[in-house]
Design a protein around this ligand. Sequence first.
Ligand SMILES: NC(=O)c1ccc[n+]([C@@H]2O[C@H](COP(=O)([O-])OP(=O)(O)OC[C@H]3O[C@@H](n4cnc5c(N)ncnc54)[C@H](O)[C@@H]3O)[C@@H](O)[C@H]2O)c1
Length: 324
Amino acid sequence: MRVSVFGLGYVGCVTAARLAEAGHKVVGVDLNDQKVAMINSGVSPIVEPGLEELLGRVKAAGHLRATSSCEEAVAASDVALICVGTPSQANGRMSAEALARVCRGIGNVLGATRKPYTVVVRSTVMPGTTAEVVMPALRAGIGNGERPDVKVAVNPEFMREGTALRDFQSPPFTLVGCEDKATSWQLRELYEKVDAQFVQTSVRTAEMLKYASNAFHALKVCFANEIGDLCEATRVDAREVMRVFCLDHKLNLSDAYLKPGFAFGGSCLPKDIRALNQVARAADVDTPVLSTLLPANVARIRAAAATVLATHKRRVGVVGLAFK
Ligand SMILES: NC(=O)c1ccc[n+]([C@@H]2O[C@H](COP(=O)([O-])OP(=O)(O)OC[C@H]3O[C@@H](n4cnc5c(N)ncnc54)[C@H](O)[C@@H]3O)[C@@H](O)[C@H]2O)c1
């Protein structure tokens, strides 16, 4: 397949190199001339184990080249993977500035041709970005007229810096958010050599999944650190606790307790979390994550009650009151 990769940063370089290795004809695009020159010399613009060697190989095989010209890249490809940065603005809001600029540029080129094209957002973007930024920018670039032959998809990346090449080849899943079967099949073919189950969702689901995953990973780190601090305060070996904790794939590392819905309750969870937080307070251990669990749960109950009260119905049925 002929592929262009916009943004030769961490995600773009690894994506371009691995796809070129899989036999695709890849053109990398970046505004930064130095990065373009480095890729064209087979030198890696980022520090990542094994990447420079791979770039040298795929470059020598004629499977990868780089350019700063959007026209050249679109002309030489049928699919564009957009891997530009989506950094935080001062208030935390995700910036889609680079994404919009790239899409407008691609649209401009497509407006002057009749070629079918697929634009794939690989950057991490908030739900609604494809509909509210990517598609309008493409349309603005294309100019007048409907272009049903220009397709859009979201394909978040799950690599980690330091193990990016391995992660690319064996991710948790290949996630594609798109609204039509043909685009889904096109991306299935693109990632044919990747060892992962292929999951197709709606565009908005795919956009949100990356944030949900990252939030959960951050939560895991903070949780493990707080348990570690509490272990230290109670003279318990934290590593041993977490090693055994991770042996439980029924309740701990599983899909248990991960279905959005109502609050937790029962006789154990509230009581034990209360006790754990009391020990933390007594030992002067700061546990911002663990200490927020009960207030978060109470807020959930209040929100549910408010939803019921807002209906102004006088007769209310309760389903699933008993938990055992
Ligand atoms: N770094 C990671 O490990 C990682 C992992 C998964 C997802 N992501 C997400 O992937 C996206 C890219 O992350 P990154 O770390 O590779 O970013 P990065 O900052 O390393 O690279 C972005 C590249 O895009 C280029 N660029 C900006 N505007 C451009 C334009 N108009 N045309 C062409 N190139 C342009 C920049 O020059 C830069 O080289 C982000 O949304 C990020 O959140 C990153």
